[in-house]
Design a protein. Structure first.
Lengths: 186, 109
C-alpha cells in the first residue's frame, strides 16, 4: 500500500510541478506549487522523515507560499493582461528549443543511469527492509538524533544560519522600504 | 515503503528539470522565483533519498542523519531566498510598474 501511495504521490507531484510552469494565472502557479509541496511532504513521511515532513508543511506551505500570495495580491498581479505567452505557447519562444533539448537530454541520461543500473550494483543488490527506515530503528530516533546532531556537531552552521536570517530580515526591510523625498537613498 | 531509492532520485531529477524549464522559459519574476523553490525542493529530495540509501545499505546501522540536517539548512536558505526575492520584486514594481523580466535589462544593454 505504501508503495502504491508513493507512486501515486510522485505522479501528482510531477503534474503539479508542470502546472507551476504552464498555468497562466500567477495565483494558479502558487497553488500548484502548494500541491507539489504537500505531495513532497507525504513522500518524506513515507520515507520515514517525520520532522522534515512537518517542517516542509510549516515553512514551505505555511510561510513561503503565504508570502508569495501576499505579494501577488498586494501588487494585483493576477489581472495583468497579456504579460507573456503561457501554456504550450511558451514552448514556441526562440531559445526554448535549445533549453528543451538540453534539459530533456540531461533527464534522459539520468533516467537511463537510474533505471539501467545493472543488477550487480550495490544499490540493487541490497535487500530492502520491509518497512523502510522503520526496520532500522524506532522512528522517534530519527527526530531525536536530528536534534542531537543539530545542537552538537552542526551547532556552528546553526548559529550562522540564525545570523543569516537576522541579516535577511534587515535587508528585506531596507529593500522594500519606500524612499521618502529628501532622504538619502539606501 | 519498499520503493528503491533510485526511484526517489528519478523523481527529484524530473522535478529539477521542470524547475529549470520554467526558470528559462517563463518571463514573470514571480513564476521564476517559484521555479527556484521547486529546484531547491528537488535538491532536498535528493538529500533525503541519499540518506535513506546509505541507511538501508547497512542493515542494523544507525540512521544516516546528514541528509535531513542539510535538508533543514536548504529549507532555511529557501525561505531567505524567497524573502529577498520578493522584496526585490516589490522594489522593482514600485520603480518600473512591471514584473516581466523582458523589461528589466539594465545590466544587459
Amino acid at each position: 500500500v505504501a508503495n502504491a501511495l508513493f507512486y501515486l504521490t510522485a505522479v501528482l507531484t510531477v503534474v503539479a510541478a508542470g502546472g507551476v510552469v504552464l498555468l497562466r494565472n500567477p495565483i494558479s502557479n502558487v497553488l500548484a506549487l502548494l500541491v507539489a509541496f504537500f505531495c513532497l511532504a507525504t513522500i518524506y513521511l513515507l520515507a520515514g522523515f517525520q520532522f522534515l515532513a512537518a517542517a516542509q508543511i510549516l515553512v514551505y506551505a505555511g510561510a513561503i507560499m503565504v508570502l508569495f500570495l501576499f505579494v501577488i495580491m498586494m501588487l494585483n498581479l493576477a489581472h495583468l493582461p497579456g504579460l507573456e505567452p503561457v501554456g504550450l505557447a511558451v514552448m514556441k519562444r526562440g531559445k526554448s528549443a535549445v533549453t528543451l533539448a538540453v534539459v530533456s537530454a540531461v533527464l534522459c541520461l539520468s533516467a537511463a543511469a537510474v533505471l539501467g543500473t545493472p543488477a550487480t550494483s550495490v544499490l540493487a543488490a541490497q535487500p530492502m527492509p520491509a518497512e523502510g527506515l522503520d526496520a532500522i530503528g524506532p522512528t522517534a530516533g530519527v527526530t531525536t538524533g536530528l536534534a542531537g546532531e543539530m545542537f552538537g556537531r552542526y551547532l556552528l552552521p546553526f548559529e550562522a544560519v540564525s545570523m543569516l536570517l537576522l541579516a535577511t530580515a534587515v535587508a528585506v526591510v531596507v529593500l522594500a522600504k519606500r524612499n521618502r523625498p529628501g532622504e538619502p537613498r539606501a | 515503503m519498499t520503493v528503491p531509492s533510485s526511484h526517489l532520485f528519478l523523481l527529484a531529477a524530473i522535478l529539477f528539470s521542470i524547475g529549470v524549464l520554467g526558470f528559462f522559459l517563463r518571463r514573470n519574476v514571480i513564476v521564476v522565483l517559484l521555479c527556484i523553490e521547486l529546484m531547491l525542493n528537488a535538491a532536498n529530495l535528493t538529500f533525503l533519498a541519499a540518506s535513506r540509501m546509505h541507511s538501508l545499505d547497512v542493515p542494523g546501522a544507525r540512521v544516516d542523519l546528514q541528509g535531513p540536517i542539510f535538508a533543514i539548512f536548504v529549507i532555511v536558505i529557501a525561505a531567505v531566498e524567497a524573502a529577498v526575492g520578493l522584496a526585490l520584486v516589490i522594489a522593482l514594481y514600485r520603480r518600473k510598474q512591471t514584473v516581466s523580466l523582458d523589461d528589466v535589462s539594465l545590466l544587459k544593454d
